[in-house]
Write a protein that binds this ligand. Structure first.
Ligand code: T5A
Length: 209
């Protein structure tokens, strides 16, 4: 038996980490073995790459180097954590996955979708989640939540200008319209509990393997 792979996607501050945690707790109450992990990160190597990507020190990375680093972090994460967990029947909840690279390095950074998908094919053999939950929240509400939390400022990518993040949001919307069966759109407004209930309803509609 293989486990199930669920990814949370969406813009900054939409509530992905909060909802990943709440969903894991709900699944554990149902007796499911589940891990919560994140991108970039999740393994020692990928966390090291995360630090390189998100640090605000130094001059940062060009769009191509950035895309390669995200793909390298994902390759390590898939090989060392995600695939082994699924193979032993565990569930994986991942805070961001491939579609973040498509939205940020593609939509935001200008790389082609074909190039991002090629990097993913090489790095991670094209692995895709069984369910991708796209959390959608108006930018002003996300900004309000982040202002309350990030009193020390944003990381290198989160701190990019509003037009960059508008392109990211537009890209996520386009992906969901293009692949309505792969993406489940979740209204991320309201209390954490209300959003969680929408997610559990979406999960319960997911076909059995
Ligand atoms: N990136 C990542 C790429 O460019 N390419 C890639 O391929 C990948 C994988 C990752 C950065 O890297 C980029 C995208 C990002 O810029 P990150 O630190 O993981 O950096 O940042 P995010 O994924 O954006 O995560 P955040 O932590 O900023 O936002 P979340 O997880 O969406 O939101 P969360 O749950 O932390 O909530 C934010 C705040 O709002 C509160 C929370 O308590 C928290 O304070 N909150 C709510 N408040 C009111 N109502 C609700 N319903 C709330 N839900 C949460």
């Amino acid at each position: 038996m293989t486990g199930r792979f669920i990814a949370f996607e969406g813009g900054e501050g939409a509530g992905k980490s909060t909802q990943a945690r709440l969903l894991a707790e709900a699944l554990r109450r149902r007796g499911v073995e589940v891990i919560v992990t994140r991108e970039p990160g999740g393994t020692a190597g990928a966390e090291a790459i995360r630090a390189l990507l998100l640090s605000t020190e130094g001059e940062g990375w060009g769009a191509r180097a950035e895309a390669l680093l995200f793909a390298a972090a994902r390759a390590d994460h898939v090989e060392r954590l995600i695939r082994p967990t699924l193979a032993r029947g565990g569930w994986v909840i991942c805070d961001r996955f491939l579609d973040s690279s498509r939205a940020y390095q593609g939509g935001g950074g200008g790389l082609s979708d074909d190039d991002i998908r090629t990097l993913h094919r090489i790095g991670s053999e094209g692995l895709l989640p069984d369910l991708t939950l796209l959390l959608e929240l108006p930018a002003d509400e996300a900004d309000r939540r982040l202002a309350l939390r990030d009193t020390n400022g944003a990381d290198r990518i989160g701190g990019r200008a509003a037009p960059y993040h508008a392109r990211v949001a537009g890209a996520f919307r386009r992906f969901a319209e293009e692949e309505p069966t792969r993406f489940t759109r979740i209204d991320a407004a309201g209390s954490p509990e209300a959003v969680h209930d929408r997610i559990v309803a979406a999960l319960d509609r997911m076909p059995s393997p």
